[in-house]
Design a protein around this ligand. Structure first.
Ligand code: F6P
Length: 365
């Protein structure tokens, strides 16, 4: 039997096809996504070269390292990835501004470049504690419409970015793993592309990603268990109790400490991810960031039939109050996320610490 070439669409072809739904679209949006994809390809290359190009370790280690706005030590690749995102996206004329995990203030478009109607928010390298140990890391991005005043040339302010996740126009992530993948939603389902390293093209390999509604796999950093709130303790205890517990089945647990990698696993085979609000540091209502972690991953999950929540309300309904706001995040298989929301909403037996009714946690208080 003659061998037939295996053909799949490129990212560009996919975007053109999506744009046909909007005959009056200018093409700006597609061009923006391609610029973002270019940044991801450049980051993939730097990540792949790693120690060969002296790209592991902390930024400016000789000078004692540098710390970002989150108070986290920046890795060399954090800084390089941030620069690549900016460089690839500021010249194209599609953006009115950018904001990044690595920059305290929004990044305006330099005078010499035209401005556009979108805003780009990103975490250039998520899970960066995994870089030096050669475990998967990723980039996450969210695209919003710029408020009209800004698109018409007004000054770039933090307020322009404070839009609920439901207003995202697109969101995605790149995963730098055994293969480099780009996973994207433009509000019409979720598609996954694998980078062909020879052609340098993202090829459509996963056209319609769906998160299974049920799962028996969960992901949480159990070293924080003493700080968890009661509904989370209850959920995890019930999972750990397995077949003979209230859930009547055994659960498996995973923790990569790279949210993009966990989100990808969940998109591929289901699961639930929790980095909930806890009492570890009362100044931080959660660990992960709303605008460039929780919202884009939330949009992707919902578009793939999953769910994303704070535990108390749908993630995409949250009105942001600051650029680098942190939030408790639960996402993944719909039925499990809804169960966790129910546990948060349920009164008192499990929530009020009443000693007569308090369940004993397998992770001790
Ligand atoms: O900055 C975000 C992040 O690296 C996520 O990708 C990951 O889920 C989380 O932090 C890991 O946090 P911890 O080290 O507390 O497990």
């Amino acid at each position: 039997m003659p061998l037939r070439a295996r053909t799949t669409a490129t990212l560009t072809q996919y975007l053109i096809q999506q744009r046909r739904r909007f005959p009056h679209a200018s093409g700006d949006f597609n061009a923006l996504i391609l610029d973002v994809a270019m940044a991801c390809k450049a980051i993939a290359k730097s990540v792949a070269y790693g120690a060969l190009a002296d790209l592991h370790g902390n930024h400016a280690a000789d000078a004692g390292g540098s710390v970002n706005v989150q108070g986290e030590t920046q890795k060399k690749l954090d800084v390089i990835s941030n620069e690549l995102f900016i460089r690839m996206n500021e010249w194209g004329g599609h953006l009115a501004g950018m904001a990044s995990e690595e920059m305290e203030d929004p990044h305006p478009i330099p005078e010499q470049h035209p401005k556009g109607k979108y805003l780009l928010v990103f975490d250039p390298l998520d899970g960066s504690s995994n870089i030096d140990v050669n475990v998967s890391v990723g980039s996450i991005f969210s695209i919003l419409r710029a408020p009209e005043a800004l698109a018409e040339g007004g000054p770039l302010t933090e307020a322009a970015f404070l839009q609920p996740g439901a207003q995202q126009v697109a969101a995605g992530y790149a995963l730098y793993g055994p293969t480099t993948m780009l996973v994207l939603t433009v509000g019409n389902g979720v598609a996954g592309f694998t980078l062909d390293p020879v052609m340098g093209e993202f090829m459509l390999t996963h056209p319609e990603l769906r998160v299974p509604e049920d799962t028996s796999e969960f992901a949480i950093n159990a070293s924080n268990s003493r700080f968890w709130e009661t509904p989370v303790k209850r959920y995890v205890d019930e999972c750990l109790a397995g077949k003979t517990g209230p859930r009547g089945k055994d659960f498996n647990m995973r923790w990569i400490a790279s949210m993009v990698a966990e989100a990808h696993r969940i998109l591929m085979r289901g699961g639930v991810f929790m980095y909930p609000r806890d009492s570890k540091d009362t100044n931080k209502p959660g660990r992960l960031r709303l605008l460039y972690e929780a919202n884009p991953v939330g949009f992707i999950m919902e578009q793939a039939g999953g769910r994303a929540s704070t535990g108390r309300q749908p993630m995409l309904d949250v009105q942001p109050t600051s650029l680098h706001q942190r939030i408790g995040l639960v996402f993944g298989s719909k039925n499990e996320v809804e169960r966790i929301e129910r546990y948060h909403a349920e009164p008192q037996k499990f929530n009020d610490h009443a000693p007569l009714f308090a369940e004993r946690s397998l992770f001790r208080d």
